[in-house]
Design a protein around this ligand. Structure first.
Ligand code: AMP
Ligand code: ZN
Length: 112
């Protein structure tokens, strides 16, 4: 399900432009507009929900599918020497977009 007012749903629908690097039936991957590393991608499920803690049932299956796909997408986009995955959960983590997303950071040695 998509949310009318969600920026990532708008990106998935093509209503807001994005630098897409991968898309299939269940996930969409694009470049972060304010990259925090040489390569900074965002992998989002097409199903809109806010928080990692809301993932259960089919959502967890989709997340597992995304984790299977991400290595090839990362490698194809300059992360052949490793990368970091981050999910920010809620306000204290600094989550700003409340549509579950996985940050993929790499393309260089990342500070710890
Ligand atoms: P988070 O802080 O985990 O919610 O991350 C949200 C991320 O979305 C941030 O790194 C933003 O730079 C990124 N972002 C917000 N709007 C856009 C957009 N229109 N296109 C690409 N990335 C975006
Ligand atoms: Zn959304």
């Amino acid at each position: 399900m998509l949310d009318e007012n969600c920026v990532f749903c708008k990106i998935i629908r093509g209503e807001i432009p994005s630098a897409k690097v991968y898309e299939d039936d269940v996930m969409y991957v694009f470049k972060d507009i304010e990259p925090k590393a040489k390569v900074h991608l965002l992998a989002v499920p097409k199903d809109h929900y806010k928080l990692l803690s809301e993932a259960d049932g089919q959502r967890l299956k989709t997340l597992a599918y995304m984790l299977e796909k991400i290595p090839a997408v990362a490698k194809a986009n300059g992360c052949d020497n490793g990368y970091r995955l981050i999910v920010n959960q809620g306000d204290d983590a600094g989550q700003t977009v409340f549509h579950l997303h996985i940050h993929i950071l790499g393309g260089e040695a990342l500070p710890l």
